[in-house]
Design a protein around this ligand. Structure first.
Ligand SMILES: NC(=O)c1ccc[n+]([C@@H]2O[C@H](COP(=O)([O-])OP(=O)(O)OC[C@H]3O[C@@H](n4cnc5c(N)ncnc54)[C@H](O)[C@@H]3O)[C@@H](O)[C@H]2O)c1
Ligand SMILES: N[C@H](CO)Cc1c[nH]c[nH+]1
Ligand SMILES: [Zn+2]
Length: 440
């Protein structure tokens, strides 16, 4: 492994060069959009036939239309395949994820007396249906299934289905099916990428049309969500995984390198920076990668070394803590780890991040799998305005208002003045003296 880790010194970069470091794969999806448009069109026109063809073309899976939905025997086979230890871990994760999200769930309704005798509030309801996308291309992701689907179930969504690419043998990842069974999901469909998004946006003979799709995926899947956003709610943007590990001079650079490899190993399209204020930490981290890579598979070494030696990853040396966090906030990472013996001192400086993991015992692996907070997080800088996936992504609220006879006069008079100013006669008449004539 002789790829050179990219090293950037913020003090020495022009603003254009700094801007370049903020780019991600998703920053320009135009090429993917062009590829994805005909896939969407084919699914819209041909339904299942197109899904079968794309499973063969993109997943190398030879399945027929009546095999698109996972049947009971496949759930049974998956249960027989997954060992006890994995099942225990799935249950442990699911339990924490459920408890975290149950605490997020709002009550049925709120109501406050905004003026004497006038009440306004909110009534919360689940959305009707959702498709949870579980990626498969560069790994298998039972954890993503749990992160997507548990908040939907907690919210009370009536129909929660799963779409996921089939493997070359035409099967769905066994642990993903076991995780589905554990939490009570029975509808799982074998299709991935852009075609899966199109399938649930339009509906096919086998797949139901859904109101929303959630979950992370490859740039093809992300591009399809963008193109179909007027047809299906595309949920929070969740593309290739990305992280920033911030380390101050109180920690070992080799630990920072170990943690930088967590999200850098997802794929060559991921992004991962170590941002540090310490030249010694930067040097120690760079020196540590070969040793860490010796404990990883050739594929994960290839992915992470591509990221860390390219333009979307590496080690960034900041001239000051202030400069480090200005860069971090401009980047708005999906995962942000703060490595320091006193991590809490930095929390107040962080404005944009999907999640913040504080201290040497909170590597993002724990957040990815078991802590309970959601690991489907805004990518590509969307953390500036978007929150992690949560129960409210599967709920909506309607405003509810009730004005009593005593509350009415004050409200009516002020509303009449504004309606008159805006020139809306009908609005004004409805709150004028006229109204009294018709009240019972
Ligand atoms: N944000 C998160 O929570 C999170 C979690 C896990 C993974 N991820 C990210 O999600 C992504 C998952 O990607 P993946 O590849 O592993 O799985 P994926 O399921 O998203 O992608 C595989 C699918 O992409 C499509 N595809 C592949 N090549 C294509 C081509 N040439 N043309 C058209 N379509 C094509 C196929 O339909 C295939 O089924 C990774 O980038 C990973 O970093 C994010
Ligand atoms: N890091 C991913 C979110 O960006 C979540 C994940 C699942 N498995 C491994 N990682
Ligand atoms: Zn991860």
């Amino acid at each position: 492994m002789n790829k050179k880790i990219s090293f950037w010194q913020l003090d020495k970069l022009s603003s254009d060069q700094q801007e370049q470091l903020l780019q991600r794969t998703e920053s320009d999806l135009s090429n993917y959009m062009t590829q994805v448009q005909p896939i969407i069109e084919q699914v819209r026109q041909q339904g299942d036939v197109a899904l079968v063809e794309f499973a063969r073309r993109f997943d190398d899976a030879h399945i027929t239309a009546d095999q698109l939905r996972v049947d009971a025997s496949e759930f049974d086979a998956a249960s027989a395949q997954v060992d006890e230890q994995t099942l225990t871990a799935i249950r442990f994760a699911a339990d924490n994820i459920r408890r975290y999200h149950e605490a997020q769930k709002p009550g049925e309704m709120t109501m406050q007396e905004v003026r004497s005798g006038s009440f306004v509030g909110e009534r919360f309801l689940p959305i009707p249906s959702v498709a949870c996308y579980v990626p498969r291309g560069k790994g298998s992701f039972p954890s993503v299934l749990l992160m997507n689907a548990i908040p939907a179930l907690v919210a009370g969504v009536k129909r929660t289905i799963v779409v996921t690419p089939p493997g070359a043998d035409g099967s769905v990842d066994a642990a993903t099916l076991v995780a589905c069974r554990e939490i009570g999901i029975t509808e799982v469909y074998k299709c991935g990428g852009a075609q899966a998004v199109a399938a649930v946006a339009y509906g096919t003979e086998t797949l139901p049309r859904c109101s929303k799709i959630v979950g992370p995926g490859s740039p093809w899947m992300v591009a399809a969500k963008q193109l179909l956003s007027s047809r299906i709610d595309p949920g929070i943007p969740a593309g290739p995984s990305e992280s920033i590990v911030f380390a101050d001079d109180s920690v070992d650079g080799a630990l920072a390198a170990l943690d930088l490899l967590i999200e850098a190993e997802h794929g060559p399209d991921s992004s991962a920076y170590l941002v540090t204020t310490s030249a010694e930490v930067a040097e120690a981290a760079i020196a540590a990668f070969p040793e860490h890579w010796s404990n990883m598979s050739a594929q994960r070494v290839e992915y992470s070394s591509t990221v860390l030696s390219g333009l979307m990853g590496g080690v960034v040396l900041a001239g000051s803590t202030e400069q480090a966090f200005t860069f971090i906030n401009a980047y708005g990472p999906e995962h942000l780890q703060i490595l320091s013996t006193d991590p809490w001192q930095y929390l107040g400086r962080i404005e944009n991040a999907g999640e913040v993991l504080l201290g040497q015992h909170s590597p993002s692996t724990l957040g990815n799998y078991v802590l309970g907070c959601n690991a489907v997080l805004p990518t590509s800088g969307a953390a500036a305005t978007v929150s992690p996936l949560g129960v409210m992504d599967f709920m909506k609220f309607m405003s509810v208002a009730y004005v009593t006879e005593t509350g009415y006069p004050e409200m009516a008079e002020q509303a009449r003045v504004l309606a008159t100013y805006e020139g809306f006669d009908g609005h004004a008449n409805a709150v004028s003296e006229l109204r009294k004539k018709y009240l019972r």
